[in-house]
Structure formats: structure tokens, C-alpha cells
Design a protein around this ligand. Structure first.
Ligand code: F6R
Length: 616
């Protein structure tokens, strides 16, 4: 959700902050603002709308300072207005604050501050926080040797319930920033005579690859010469400086019109990166470095539980299918947002997995913590190195697909499918899967990048189909077994970027309700791969056809449909069961992309969405 940028250094801050905001815009794009102090006061420029709108407004002002803060907003408290945009300045004019997260006890604070004479221009919890800092600053005497700015922020945060990544400026401390985090990501880039704060690495990687991942309950104090990290309890923290392994080119669109299309086409390479070095020397099983469980501990597992949100939850469903099918271990999948409150009865020999591209989704993080609280070990499949989930999990598997910027997840999803299939293989080889079946499975997984390359060649055909169906109001996605979750994913992709109402169903369930939607205006996308259920799927298609519903059939080579049954046929290469969901994802990603483009939608920034959901 919201994106934060802060800069302290020798360069003019405005262009650096604007570039950072542009790169963080995928985290929220309701409004944007910045504060770059010069010789006097805390001048704030903020506007409802995109960062480009802010940049035009900023050009009207002479902001030449070499430190400042900037923000892109995804609204939580209050409507999308100029007044609710960040930064928020305290009513005494002393502090400017940007914030990502939700302050849960803001109402009590607001009442308290109102009584003390503080006033508010916006409906936000953030403005309350900036005033509370001002209150502590005015109230607390200066202790020799302590920085009054830093201590006021620290005192304030001790009263806060909720989540935050914040950065604040104080008029009395020019060139300094105090930042802090609690359950909302914040990274400090340590550059050449400069420091950059950001919600994620894409905003700072053009200036430095040396970063410190702030932890929950930590504050960073930046000055033009140095930085320090400490805790809410005033303990000093020795910073660990990590190196980001990807470059700015990875976070650029390159020759593509949208990040989503770029990321769809990056999938062969992403899959190669996800599996690199992760097969055993004998080529019969997977090999993971960071799971932190012994083979004996793995063998003792009697049940698995997977939690995630959105697209990652669909990857869990495919993984469930493969683990149960090949390793014969019962698996349960739950929405992280439900699991965290459901109090599910759990067996002692249950192993937990959470899946999250960003590693910051608050519900998934809460599910992880809930499982750990109950004494379970939690492993994570996660893309963003150093993310909260990566840090808090007991072990895990990094996806290594590079930054995913398009709000609609694509390459992270297929990488999760691949890694889920590898976990299934690993568990299966510990149980009943033979060496030769293991080798066949591994070879199938190794062929996935090439099969995806072949599927991507269908893009012009899918584009032509997309043009014909772009005006639909409803669409059904139907699949069976491991392709039912891909039907769910196809429906999610379509609705989130094209705003067409779409539903995913197991193909045979369709006649228990959704068939009522069918007419010549409601197309159905059917997955009909070669295999034991092919004829059953054909029967479901006949039922749709009898009601004049257009059919887009996604088949695999060798699956012959009765003539005239489908209006459109997309033929994928035939492939192993473990790879099929990956390959079958490609045409539905492309279909939703081209339909959204045809409808003139903003593919990379769909309305009301944000890339990383860090609020509940
Ligand atoms: C949809 C999409 C979302 C995310 C969900 C979880 O295209 O991207 O549904 O999958 O918000 O995000 P992560 O994987 O970052 O936990």
C-alpha cells in the first residue's frame, strides 16, 4: 500500500523523491505529495491523482533543498482529496509526516489533542500522529546528549497501536529525518554521502544497492553525515548492511508498454531462476537450502497447511493438489485473512507454509505469527528478499524472479506454482515416489521454461480473441483438478484489470448455478487438457453450447474437440501434470491483459488496487 520516500544528502531532493515516487506508484496511486524544506518552514506540495500531477505542481514551486520526504497514497482513512494526501504537517507547523499503515487508536489521540488545542485539516490518522509528535516535542524538556526530535518521535510511537512505516521532518532540525516501522516495510539505502528511505528497493536501487532492512519497533535517524538505528526502548542497534542483487533495469518497463506484459514475457527466465541449483545431483528430487528442517523432520510430517491471499492463494490450491496426488499427504489451504481468526484445530505434525510475493501482506504475516504462536514452524515461499515474512519465517524458499511491479501478479504466480510442484516432489520422493518417476518429474519441471516460451508464441492469437470478447460484461473460467485454481486465477486476472465480472468454477460445478448466467453474451473459458477427464469437460462444454454460450477452449496438443463445439481454440503443448498449471496460466494472463488494453484500462494500476496489501 502507500509508498514512502525520504532523502538526505548533497543533491537536490525533489528529482530524487519524484523518481522514487514514480517507482513506488504501484503501491498506491490515489494521491501524492512531498515536503522539501529550504531556508524556511516545511513547504508541502500535495495533490489528489498520480505522481505526474504532483510533478507538474511541484514545478511551480522553487524547492531546492537537499533533504525531504514524499508519499504516494492508497486511501485508508478519508477520501481521495488534496487535503488527505501526505505529508501532513502538525498544526504548530513543526513536523511534516508521511505514513504507510493504519493507526488504530487515532480517535482517542485526536480527542486528546483537540482538547490541548491542536487542530486538523484532514480526516487522516497520519495528521493525528504528526500532532502527537508535536505535542511530545513541546512538552518534553531537552535532555543533554539526546536528540529532541528523535526522542519526541520515539515517545509518540510508544502510544501508538497499529501499523506504520513513517518518515518525519522537524523544522528545528534541518537536513534530518526520523523514520520508523511497525509491520509496514521500510528500507534505508546507504549511498555515497546520502541516505534514501523507501518502502521498497525499487525506489532506491538507482542510487545504491547497499540497504538496511529496518525491523519492527526500530527507528532510523538520518543526518547529512551519518545515520543511527535504535529501538522504541532506546537501545542502539548495529545496522546490518545487505546488498540488493538486482539492478534498476529489472525495475524498468524496457521495450514493453506495460510492466504486466513485460513480466508475462519474463516468465521463462523467472522459472529458470526459481529452480536454479534446486535439484539433487542425481536429478530425481528437489533440493532446498533454506528450509531449516532435517529430512527426518520432513518425513515425520503428517499434514500440511498453506495460507496466502489472492493470487498466491491460488498457487496454494495447485500445490495442495500436487502434494496430495504425488506425496499422498493431506493438505489444507486457507485464506490467511480467515486463518488468523478462525482458530483452526491443528495436528502436532502439521507443517505450515505461507506464500507471498511481497512478503508484506499483513494477513499472511498475521497467519504466520498465529501459527508460530501456537508452536508451529512456518516456512515461506516469498519473492522479496528481506521482507517481513522472509525474516519472520522459520525457513523458506526465495522465488528469485526479480521485482514484480505490475499490480496483477504473473511471474511471481507461475514461480510459486513451480516451487509448490518442487515441494510436492521433495515430499513425494521421501515417501513412495520411485527414483525413475522422480527423474521424469524433474525433467518435466526443467522443461517448463521452454513450454512457457512456446505458449507465449500464442500471444498474437490470444490478442485477436481478446478483441472479439472485450465488450463482454461477464465471463466464466472453468477447469478441473489442478486447473480449477487456474480458472480462479484467470477470473481474478480478468476482473482486476479489465473490470469485467468473471468467476472461476470447477467445470462440472457450473451446472449447479453459474449456468444461469450463460447466454450468447457470456463467454466461457474452458481448460480442456488431454487426459482422463477430457470427455467429461467436453460434456460440460456441450451444456454451455446448448444454451448459446460462446466457448474459448484452452486445450493441449492431441486433445481433439468435436467440430464446431468451441468458438475459439488455443492449443498448448502437451505436458506433465506438475507443469500443466504453469503453462495453462499463460493464455489466461494474456487474455486478461489484451482485453484490458482493448477496453482502455490502466493495466499496471487498476482502480482501487495496490500491489502490496499492508493493511487489514
Ligand atoms: C492479484 C494479486 C493479489 C496478490 C495478493 C497477495 O493479481 O497480485 O491477489 O496475490 O494481494 O500478495 P502477496 O503475494 O504479495 O502476499
Amino acid at each position: 500500500m502507500c509508498g514512502i520516500v525520504g532523502y538526505v544528502g548533497k543533491q537536490k531532493a525533489v528529482p530524487i523523491i519524484l523518481e522514487g515516487l514514480k517507482r513506488l506508484e504501484y503501491r498506491g496511486y490515489d494521491s501524492a505529495g512531498l515536503c522539501v524544506p529550504g531556508t524556511r518552514g516545511l513547504p508541502v506540495v500535495k495533490k489528489a491523482g498520480r505522481v505526474d500531477t504532483l510533478a507538474k505542481e511541484v514545478a511551480q514551486h522553487k524547492l531546492t533543498g537537499t533533504s525531504g520526504i514524499g508519499h504516494t497514497r492508497w486511501a485508508t482513512h478519508g477520501a481521495v482529496t488534496d487535503a488527505n494526501a501526505h505529508p501532513h504537517v502538525s498544526s504548530d507547523g513543526k513536523f511534516a509526516l508521511i505514513h504507510n499503515g493504519v493507526i488504530e487508536n487515532f480517535a482517542q489521540m485526536k480527542t486528546f489533542l483537540g482538547r490541548k488545542g491542536y487542530t486538523f485539516q484532514s480526516e487522516t490518522d497520519t495528521e493525528v500522529l504528526s500532532n502527537l509528535i508535536a505535542y511530545h516535542y513541546a512538552k518534553e524538556p531537552t535532555t543533554p546528549g539526546q536528540n529532541r526530535f528523535l526522542e519526541s518521535v520515539r515517545k509518540t510511537l510508544r502510544h501508538v497501536e497499529g501499523t506504520y512505516g513513517i518518515a518525519t521532518l522537524c523544522v528545528d532540525f534541518p537536513g534530518e529525518i526520523v523514520a520508523a516501522r511497525q509491520a509496514s516495510p521500510l528500507i534505508l539505502g546507504v549511498g555515497d554521502a546520502e541516505y534514501i528511505l523507501a518502502s521498497d528497493a525499487s525506489a532506491l536501487v538507482s542510487r545504491t544497492t547497499n540497504v538496511v532492512y529496518l525491523k519492527d519497533g526500530e527507528l532510523a535517524h538520518l543526518t547529512p553525515k551519518t545515520f543511527s538505528i535504535s529501538t522504541l526502548d532506546q537501545a542502539d542497534v548495529s545496522p546490518v548492511v545487505d546488498t540488493i542483487t538486482w539492478s534498476i533495469a529489472d525495475a524498468d518497463k524496457g521495450k514493453y508498454p506495460h510492466f504486466m506484459l513485460k513480466e508475462i514475457f519474463e516468465q521463462p527466465a523467472a522459472l529458470e531462476n526459481s529452480m536454479r541449483g534446486r535439484f539433487s545431483a542425481d536429478g530425481s528430487t528437489a533440493n532446498f537450502g533454506g528450509l531449516n528442517l532435517t529430512p527426518a523432520e520432513f518425513s515425520a510430517i503428517e499434514r500440511l497447511m498453506f495460507c496466502a491471499c489472492g493470487t498466491a492463494w491460488h498457487a496454494c490450491l495447485v500445490t495442495e493438489h500436487l502434494i496430495e496426488r504425488f506425496a499422498r499427504i493431506p493438505v489444507e489451504v486457507d485464506y490467511a485473512s480467515e486463518f488468523r481468526y478462525r482458530n483452526t484445530p491443528l495436528d502436532a505434525r502439521t507443517l505450515f507454509f505461507v506464500l507471498s510475493q511481497s512478503g508484506e501482506t499483513i494477513d499472511t504475516l498475521a497467519a504466520l505469527r498465529e501459527a508460530q504462536r501456537k508452536g508451529y514452524r512456518v516456512l515461506a515461499i516469498n519473492n522479496v528478499v528481506g521482507s517481513s515474512i522472509a525474516r519472520e519465517a522459520d525457513g523458506g524458499i526465495y522465488q528469485h524472479v526479480g521485482p514484480e511491479i505490475g499490480v496483477a501478479s504473473t511471474k511471481a504466480f507461475t514461480s510459486q506454482l513451480l516451487l509448490g510442484a518442487m515441494v510436492a516432489l521433495y515430499l513425494a520422493r521421501m515417501r513412495d515416489m520411485s527414483y525413475s518417476d522422480g527423474v521424469e518429474y524433474v525433467n518435466a519441471l526443467k522443461s517448463a521454461p521452454d513450454l512457457v516460451r512456446q505458449a507465449l508464441k500464442l500471444a498474437p492469437r490470444v490478442k485477436a480473441i481478446a478483441k472479439r470478447y472485450a465488450k463482454s460484461r461477464d465471463m466464466l473460467f472453468l477447469g478441473r483438478m489442478s486447473l480449477f485454481p487456474i480458472a480462479l486465477e484467470g477470473a481474478l486476472k480478468l476482473k482486476e484489470i479489465s473490470y469485467i465480472h468473471a468467476e472461476g468454477y470447477p467445470a462440472a460445478e457450473m451446472k449447479h448455478g453459474p449456468i444461469a448466467l450463460i447466454s450468447e453474451k457470456c463467454p466461457s473459458v474452458f481448460f480442456a487438457p488431454k487426459g482422463e477427464l477430457f470427455n467429461k469437460i467436453v460434456s460440460s462444454m456441450q451444456e454451455i453450447k446448448a444454451r448459446k454460450g460462446p466457448i474459448i477452449a484452452i486445450v493441449t496438443a492431441g486433445a481433439e474437440l468435436p467440430k464446431g463445439l468451441a468458438d475459439e481454440i488455443i492449443t498448448l503443448p502437451d505436458c506433465h501434470e506438475a507443469v500443466l498449471p504453469i503453462v495453462a496460466s499463460i493464455p489466461v494472463q494474456l487474455l486478461s491483459y489484451y482485453i484490458a488494453v482493448e477496453r482502455g484500462c490502466d493495466v499496471d494500476k487498476p482502480r482501487n488496487l495496490a500491489k502490496s496489501v499492508t493493511v487489514e
